[in-house]
Ligand binder design. Structure first.
Ligand SMILES: C[S@@+](CC[C@H](N)C(=O)[O-])C[C@H]1O[C@@H](n2cnc3c(N)ncnc32)[C@H](O)[C@@H]1O
Length: 259
């Protein structure tokens, strides 16, 4: 084995079982890599073949190899599969501590803001929510807020977000509690985005896959904004719409401003 340190597997499994119910499951190498890069506390990380995971780190992410070596505990593959039934093909899983709601609300409310907040108004599709969190992380957005019943920390959303929940502030809240800043609500009937500059303190709101923006969000909106779309096409996918809108915001900034 390449690893220089191998803690006791029984201790690691005990910690896993103790914290599993209150932690965020990081499923696979890429999710763990992102969580480490963005400072997530990881109390337990398990692999069926630690050497294979460290070899993957050598190839794909040498910056996290030492941290992985210190964290990862090798356990029998069957034991790992009993804990994580849909184990990722990279054969590694970890549990991370979810940031507190208070810390996220603080980050979302902080002004002046240097990058927009994305709001998903009653989203229904867990995969869409994960893809949006990944976009928000990539563009350096301040955070992603969801309204409605979907849990933005649901394991399927975390899997879709590739561990990037830790790179932005992700919380659920009511429309009445949205962070400060001008609300630009995206709707096919709005003003063409190409004529607008989106400010850094914008709150960019997107409607539900099924029914679009809720009445409450429309009431709260300062601007209704549309993405260019040819006649007879009814709408774009939710995550695609977020990607285009964040790109439009970033295109108004100097290169390198995302750092
Ligand atoms: C799948 S669409 C919702 C379609 C829904 N049937 C409706 O009536 O609006 C999800 C969200 O993506 C955004 N969206 C999709 N296409 C858009 C467009 N051409 N312009 C602005 N926003 C758009 C909107 O925020 C919309 O609520």
């Amino acid at each position: 084995m390449n690893g220089t340190y191998q803690p006791d597997p029984d201790d690691a499994l005990r910690v896993w079982r103790e914290v599993a119910d209150t932690s965020v499951l990081l499923d696979g190498f890429h999710a763990i890599k992102h969580a480490l890069r963005f400072g997530a506390p990881i109390p337990s990380a398990l692999a069926g073949d630690k050497a294979a995971v460290l070899a993957l780190a050598d190839d794909l992410a040498p910056d996290v190899k030492d941290a992985l070596d210190a964290l990862l505990v090798q356990v029998p593959e069957g034991t790992l599969r009993a804990l994580v039934p849909r184990l990722h093909p990279t054969g590694v899983a970890a549990l991370a501590v979810r940031p507190s709601r208070a810390a996220n609300l603080d980050a979302l409310a902080r002004m002046p803001r240097t990058a927009p907040v994305v709001v998903l108004d009653d989203p229904r599709n867990l995969g869409n929510a994960g893809a949006v969190i990944r976009l928000a992380a990539g563009f350096g957005a301040t955070g992603v807020v969801t309204t409605g019943t979907l849990d933005p920390w649901h394991p399927t959303v975390v899997r879709g977000g590739a561990g990037l929940h830790f790179a932005t502030a992700v919380e659920r809240m009511d429309v009445s509690e949205l962070p400060p800043g001008p609300v630009f609500a995206l709707d096919a009937e709005g003003e063409d985005i190409r004529g607008l500059k989106l400010p850094d303190d914008a709150v960019l709101a997107f409607g539900s896959e099924r029914s679009g923006l809720s009445a409450g969000l429309r009431e709260r909106a300062d601007h209704l904004v549309s993405l260019p779309m040819r006649p007879q096409v009814s709408s774009y996918n939710l995550a695609t719409s977020v990607g285009m809108t964040l790109f439009h915001w970033s295109a108004g900034r100097p290169p390198g401003a995302e750092a």
